[in-house]
Structures are given as structure tokens and as C-alpha cells.
Ligand binder design. Structure first.
Ligand code: G1P
Ligand code: ZN
Length: 546
């Protein structure tokens, strides 16, 4: 029924994977051969080769997901992958894919998602490739994929009818490949039950504590229903936007103060719920809110680490922690207190993989709403939500109590990220070059009455495999622990996105409850002056402030 064909093609030259996979507008992916070329490049670059390999495939359900799944099934069969598991409906969250790879010992996985970017015909699409440890392909593999894409002359595809991907348990033979349609939710729920005290959390949710979870019409809807309602017994009303939609209901499936505004408003009401949370398109990000309080992701990873032994899965304590370079240093202080190492990695989850595999770290996180641990090799949105619920259930206090107590002990790292999106790329690159040139003069200078202790372009030396990843962002670190960081985004699809990360620190108890933008005002002004961002880009104000 299926006939393998070798289709002639030409390289596209723009298939270089970014911070997390290849992310482009849907329209770009819909060009003839575009998706096929990239998938063939992945197969050609697969560590260990395609022969006898097994993969899992799933996506966040965004527009073009189903079409892409059919193409990839047929290409996998033609390329002699021996076993392919596909999440029913073509659905699987990123952490669930990671779990599946690890649990079943697969060679890797393909995730169809542009994460938190908008979907629909005018939105974005993306392809991520994960390796056998369950994590995103490291740079040596993504570089290889890119190289293979540049050398591509043809791809292999099994021509034949589309497959029914909606029946859980269905098994097909296509060419010599075994194709299994699997439940994308079940194994993930079991994993969560093995880490957290579900009975304790269930008692909390039955005892007058009110939570609300917003899936932003993205992939976590079915996972959240299975966990919070079916398993933990929370009322149906705690779920918001839990019906996955190909265009995410027209919104950005990005859990932050701008795109999850409805949830933020609910939580800001004095009679609002006790706990609010949201996740992104593919389920790896999380936002945590208490009544009238937003927990910054940098604080969240520090607080979870400080409370790790509250959770059955981390009873033995942590072997170490890690954060991406722009993430605030709140985690470093917890690590110091716990007497464990804190690693600083470049932006992107792939850099945590080696540390997790080597048993150097247990928990890690990024300021960009990513938190996770060694239970999978991806950040994990619902895991973070359950972690918070487990702590709250055990301690019997509010989110605000937990956060205030933490600040009182460790001090507070005020933190904000200013994004200048869809900037004209030429100006953005010139600005970064000019900053780089200024670095030698900045070291040791005094800015806004603070002495600069270090000014550099961050370069990471992986302690496990010795690889080096440079040019990861301009850092200006002050003696009083304040920091200003500049990076160009590696996930945007329109123009360039400049991210400026600003951090200030205080241990003064009278200063713990300030407004973040007010507390950081002089550092924010300084960040604009040093970079001359307006002169280079014509932009005065950021498009998103988190
Ligand atoms: C952004 C975040 C980064 C995260 C990535 C994938 O990348 O900043 O922390 O790992 O999305 O979710 P960026 O656009 O900054 O390159
Ligand atoms: Zn994501």
C-alpha cells in the first residue's frame, strides 16, 4: 500500500535550529519540501543513525500539527525507523515526550511546537528534536542537523494513504515500521504521582483551598483535567481555557503577565483564588501566582529548591542546582545555604542536559518561566504547579507567606525582563556589537553609583563534555549583586528581539515590598543609556515587560 519514493530537493539555507529547535512562520513550513527537508536532515544527523531506532512524535496541537504528523510518519517509515510512537491526535506535551523517551528507552523524539509563540495560519510552527536522554538535542547535534540540511539533495517518503492517528492503542505496519498510537497523558500522570504526595494535595483541594489553572487553550488542557479534576478531585471550575485549539483561541499561549492577563486579573481580586497557574503552548513553561502576588520564575526555582525536601520525590535533598545566565541569582543563595553547587548555563534547556545526566544537579530553571528537575530532561510546567501545591499543602500557608519568608531569609532579587520585539535586525546587531566594544571600558567603572565588578560576553564551558558555547549574552555585574544583561532572542520569527534583563538585590526588610519597576528604575535607565537602544533601534519602550 505504501511506496517509498526518493524526492529530489534543494537546501533552504535557513534551517538552523535556534534556542529550541527550528521555529518559523506556518507559511514557511507550508512551502513545498520545507518540513520534509528539515525532517530528513534530522534523520541524517541522528546520533546512532536511523537503523533500528525508535522515536516518539507529538505536538502541541497547533495549526499544521496534524498535516506535519502525517508527513513525518511517512518519512520515518521510508527512512527505516523501526518503531514510531505517536500521541493520539498528534498530541504530546514537551515534558511528556521527554518522559516517554526515558521510560521506554527510545532513541529520541520529535516535538511539533513553536512553544509560546502564537499559532493559526498566520502564526508560527516549529520542530524540536530530542535525543535518547529525553532532552533537547545538544549543540553538536543541532549543528550537524543544520549541516545536513545544507547538503540535502533528496528526501525519502512512503507515498500512501494518511493514517488514523486518533485511536489510542492502534498499531500499524508501514513499510517495515511499527507505528503505535499512544495515550499522551497516562504515563505523564503516573510520573507526577511518583514524585508528589497526591493524597496530601487532594486533601488541600477538598479543604476550601481554591486554585485556578489556565491552559491558554494549549496542550496542557487534557493533562490538567486528568491531574487536577479526575485524580485530585478539584472542581471543574478550576480549569480555564483547557480545550486545546489550533490557534489557541487567538491568543499567545505564553504564561506571563501580558498574555495570561485574564488569570492575573482573577488573582489580583481580593476575593480571588488562593493559587493560580498557567502553562504555555507545549506545556513546558509555568507561571505561578498567589492572591495578589506574582512569583517571578527566578524566585520560584529558588523557593522550590529551598523546599525540595517537602516533596516525596526529593526527600533525599538536592545534589546541585543550575540556572540560565540571565536568571536571577536568588538560586545561588539557596545553593550556598544548602551547601550544593549552583551552575550557570547559557539560555536554553539543552545546556542543563549534561549536568542532569551526570548527576550534578537535581533542580534547574530559567527566568523565562521554565522550571524542572532530573525527572525528565525538559522544563515541565505542570510539575512546577504540583511542586507548589505540595509545598502549600504540607505547610498550610499561603503563597505570599512562602515568598515573604523566603525573602526575609535570603533577601529579595528584584527582577524584570524588558523585551523589544520585532526590531529591525541590522540595528539590533549593531547595538550588540557596540556593547561588546564598550566592555573593556565598563569593567571597574561606576554607573548609577554602583561599581561594575564584571563586564563580559558570557562564554560557557561545559564541565561534563568540555564543549564551549560563547557569545551567550552581555553581562554587566555590579558589586552590590545588581546585574544588567543583554541578549538577542534565538526563538523569535519576526525581525530581531532584544532582551534586557535587570536585577537588583536588597536584604533591607523595609525594602522587600516595593514595586519592581520602581525599585529597579535607575538600573533600567542605566540599561537604556549604556546600550543606546533608542538610537540603534528607534525603540523607546519595550513591547513586553515581565
Ligand atoms: C526563550 C527563552 C529561553 C527558553 C527558550 C525556549 O529563548 O528566553 O530561556 O529556553 O525561549 O523556551 P530566547 O527567545 O530568549 O532565545
Ligand atoms: Zn514551551
Amino acid at each position: 500500500m505504501y511506496k517509498i519514493e526518493e524526492v529530489k530537493t534543494k537546501p533552504f539555507h535557513d534551517q538552523k535550529p535556534g534556542t529550541s529547535g527550528l521555529r518559523k512562520e506556518v507559511r514557511t513550513f507550508q512551502q513545498p519540501h520545507y518540513l520534509e527537508n528539515f525532517i530528513q536532515a534530522i534523520f541524517n544527523a541522528m546520533p546512532g543513525g536511523v537503523k533500528n531506532s525508535s522515536l516518539v512524535l507529538g505536538g502541541d496541537g497547533r495549526y499544521y500539527n496534524r498535516e506535519a504528523v502525517q508527513i513525518i510518519i511517512k518519512m520515518a517509515a521510508a527512512n527505516k525507523i523501526s518503531r514510531l510512537l505517536v500521541g493520539a491526535g498528534g498530541i504530546c506535551s514537551t515534558p511528556a515526550v521527554s518522559n516517554m523517551i526515558r521510560k521506554l528507552g527510545l532513541s529520541g523524539g520529535i516535538i511539533l511546537s513553536a512553544s509560546h509563540n502564537p499559532g493559526g495560519p498566520d502564526g508560527d510552527f516549529g520542530v524540536k528534536f530530542n535525543i535518547g536522554n529525553g532532552g533537547p538535542a545538544p549543540e553538536k547535534v543541532t549543528f550537524n542537523i543544520y549541516e545536513k540540511s545544507l547538503a540535502l539533495e533528496s528526501y525519502l517518503i512512503a507515498k500512501g494513504p494518511d493514517v488514523d492517528i486518533d485511536t489510542i492503542g492502534a498499531v500499524y505496519e508501514i513499510c517495515d515500521m511499527r507505528l503505535e498510537i499512544i495515550d499522551p497523558v497516562k504515563d505523564y500522570v503516573e510520573l507526577m504521582e511518583s514524585i508528589f504526595d497526591f493524597n496530601l494535595i487532594s486533601r488541600l483541594l477538598h479543604g476550601g483551598f481554591r486554585m485556578v489553572y489556565d491552559a491558554l487553550h494549549a496542550v496542557t488542557g487534557p493533562y490538567a483535567r486528568a491531574i487536577f479534576v479526575d485524580r485530585l478531585g478539584a472542581p471543574e471550575e478550576c480549569l480555564r481555557n483547557c480545550q486545546p485549539l489550533p490557534d489557541f483561541g487567538g491568543g499567545h499561549p505564553d504564561p506571563n503577565l501580558k498574555y495570561a492577563k485574564e488569570l492575573v486579573d482573577i488573582m489580583n481580586s481580593p476575593t480571588g483564588p488562593d493559587f493560580g497557574a498557567a502553562s504555555d503552548g507545549d506545556g513546558d513553561r509555568n507561571m505561578i501566582l498567589g492572591r495578589g502576588l506574582f512569583v517571578t520564575p527566578s524566585d520560584s526555582v529558588a523557593i522550590l529548591s529551598a523546599h525540595a525536601t517537602d516533596v516525596p520525590g526529593y526527600k533525599k535533598g538536592l545534589c546541585g542546582v543550575a540556572r540560565s545566565m540571565p536568571t536571577s541569582t536568588a538560586l545561588d543563595m539557596v545553593a550556598e545555604d544548602l551547601g550544593v553547587d549552583c551552575y550557570e548555563t547559557p539560555t536554553g534547556w539543552k545546556f542543563f542536559g549534561n549536568l542532569l545526566d551526570a548527576g550534578r544537579i537535581t533542580i534547574c530553571g530559567e527566568e523565562s518561566f521554565g522550571t524542572g528537575s532530573d525527572h525528565v530532561r525538559e522544563k515541565d510546567g505542570l510539575w512546577a504547579v504540583l511542586f507548589w501545591l505540595n509545598i502549600l499543602a504540607l505547610r498550610g500557608v499561603s503563597v505570599k507567606d512562602i515568598v515573604l519568608t523566603h525573602w526575609q531569609k535570603y533577601g529579595r532579587n528584584y527582577y524584570t525582563r524588558h523585551d523589544f520585539e520585532a526590531v529591525e535586525p541590522e540595528g539590533a546587531h549593531r547595538m550588540m556589537r557596540a556593547l561588546e566594544e564598550k566592555l573593556p571600558r565598563l569593567s571597574g567603572s561606576v554607573l548609577a553609583s554602583r561599581k561594575v565588578s564584571l563586564a563580559d560576553n558570557f562564554c560557557y564551558h561545559d564541565p561534563i563534555d568540555g564543549s564551549e558555547s560563547c557569545n551567550q549574552g552581555i553581562r554587566i555585574i555590579f558589586e552590590d549583586k545588581s546585574r544588567i544583561i543583554y541578549r538577542l532572542s534565538g526563538t523569535g520569527t519576526k525581525g530581531a528581539t532584544i532582551r534586557i534583563y535587570i536585577e537588583g538585590y536588597t536584604k533591607e526588610s523595609s525594602l522587600l515590598a516595593q514595586d519592581t519597576q520602581v525599585f529597579l528604575k535607575d538600573l533600567i535607565d542605566t540599561s537604556r543609556q549604556i546600550s543606546q537602544i533608542e538610537a540603534f533601534t528607534g525603540r523607546k519602550e519595550p513591547t513586553v515587560i515581565t
